[in-house]
Design a protein around this ligand. Structure first.
Ligand code: S3P
Length: 176
């Protein structure tokens, strides 16, 4: 267990969690864990394959195990995939880590247009296949209160570079 609290990044697809997590880890001399990567490594399949072959429920179950694993790993930074907050059990894990002083949870927020544009890259987002605009709108509506519920800090990322976001996160969580 690290002496310093982990920085856990949450937010919608395209908010920059994975890239910011890696850069933050480099900047603070630690490592980054990413729940999607943990799932792909443990399942031996891509996120897209898991959705296609077994459906979303199987993916979400693996996601809870991945979140537990990331939160108890030695990584100082965790990128928690966009849908992590959907499960009450996952939200409880995040809130317990916060309350125990083991994590600071940072919500990387961005406007709809920014998210849709950024989420175009990468092949691990089957939920956007039938129209990213509408899907993102629905997710923002459903999940915004959940990101608010689990996070200590919000960082607005619109128009910012990765390095600028990293600096804002570090300024917001000086003890991490
Ligand atoms: C999802 C987000 C994706 C990935 C999967 C589902 C979601 O990760 O876990 O496609 O429901 O928001 P990112 O948030 O890293 O894009």
């Amino acid at each position: 267990m690290n002496a310093l609290p982990k920085i856990v990044l949450v937010g919608l697809m395209g908010s920059g969690k994975s890239t910011v997590a890696r850069r933050l880890a480099t900047r603070t001399g630690t490592s980054a864990a990413d729940t999607d990567d943990i799932i792909e490594a443990s399942e031996g399949r891509t996120v897209r394959e898991i959705f296609a072959e077994d459906g979303e429920a199987t993916f979400r179950a693996a996601e809870t195990r991945a979140l537990e694993s990331a939160l108890t790993s030695t990584a100082g930074v965790v990128a928690a995939a966009g849908g992590v907050v959907l499960s009450e059990a996952n939200r409880a894990l995040l809130k317990r880590a916060r309350d125990d002083g083991e994590a600071v949870v940072v919500w990387l927020r961005a406007d709809q247009s920014t998210l849709v544009k950024r989420a175009e890259s990468g092949d691990h987002r089957p939920l956007l296949d039938d129209g990213a605009d509408d899907a993102m709108k629905r997710m923002a509506h459903e999940r915004t209160p959940l990101y608010v519920e689990v996070s200590d800090v919000t960082v607005d990322t619109d128009g910012l570079t990765i390095d600028e976001v990293v600096e804002l996160v570090l300024a917001a969580v000086p003890d991490a």
